[in-house]
Design a protein around this ligand. Sequence first.
Ligand SMILES: Nc1ncnc2c1ncn2[C@@H]1O[C@H](COP(=O)(O)OP(=O)(O)OP(=O)(O)O)[C@@H](O)[C@H]1O
Ligand code: SF4
Ligand SMILES: [Mg+2]
Length: 321
Amino acid sequence: MSPAVLELEALRVEFPTSQGVASVVDDVSLFVARGEALGMVGESGSGKTMIALSLLRLVPEPGRIAAGSIHVAGRNLLALDERSLNQLRGRDVAMVFQNPMSAFNPVRSIGHQLVASLRRHGCTGRREARSRALRALGDVGIPSPEERLDAYPHQLSGGMLQRAMIALAMVNGPSLLIADEPTTALDATIQAQILDLLRQRLGSAGLLLVTHNLAVAAGFCHRIAVVYAGRVVETGETAHIIRRPRHPYTRALLRAAPRIDPSRPRLESIPGQPPGPRDLVAGCRFASRCERASARCAARPRLTGGSQHAFACWHPVETGA
Ligand SMILES: Nc1ncnc2c1ncn2[C@@H]1O[C@H](COP(=O)(O)OP(=O)(O)OP(=O)(O)O)[C@@H](O)[C@H]1O
Ligand code: SF4
Ligand SMILES: [Mg+2]
């Protein structure tokens, strides 16, 4: 396998609350190899964004990374001082957000922001930076890039701005790209175009694609990690996760995925709600919604298996099911 661009081990992210400490990310381990896309899938509030922000050490206050280790392109992120961390952000690891307006300064032109990022990370010549910025906009399929270079963020459509944000994220050739719901705000056609674009631009970089949509991850990613209430409950190669899910939650997610074929069974919702981060569940966090739960599930199931397929469940779905 190619060397890992991201190695995350036993990450825990905590928030202090009036009822005690809430662990919104609990013992999460992931890896992304060079040139590989890992899809991180889970319901709203499952901790996906907190995991993604941890990879840039950007967990918002008063949250904190309480345990674990994070290596990006072989560098120990938690050991870096603020200066080295700032160099790493945008150069070795970059992020694409759901809302592109949050990545751009509204009062600076797109070109100004691309050039500034290039110059911050070692491209000293103004003319060279401008021509690289122009190329970056052309590479993401923005028509008339010369004109767009001088445009302000609000002058671009949602889809175009999302392309510009991908250009900004990729301009310094990062080893790891994190995309947090990059297409959720876009319509289906533009969504497909943006995912295609990410695929083309990825090259040897690794991608962590955060999405609540299992179908998007399945169509795009080499491997998938399913997150539930702050823990990875199943992970492995996409074909294994989709064809032979072992965790009851993954199977429920698959049954809940919309289908166009009218002859297929109707959408099934997952009854109940996940526990909140303040509900201290010692055992399996899916137990209150799981039809297979037993007394044994009061103890925490650990991820077992290999890199091809691993799951955390005492009574997994049978392989032939
Ligand atoms: N500032 C905060 N204080 C306390 N808890 C927080 C704070 N920010 C987030 N959380 C909690 O952390 C948990 C994980 O949030 P996160 O934003 O990572 O979820 P998510 O999986 O990205 O959800 P979504 O799909 O809606 O984006 C949530 O339960 C949320 O309530
Ligand atoms: S460990 Fe138990 S409660 Fe949790 S998913 Fe498996 S069977 Fe269900
Ligand atoms: Mg999120």
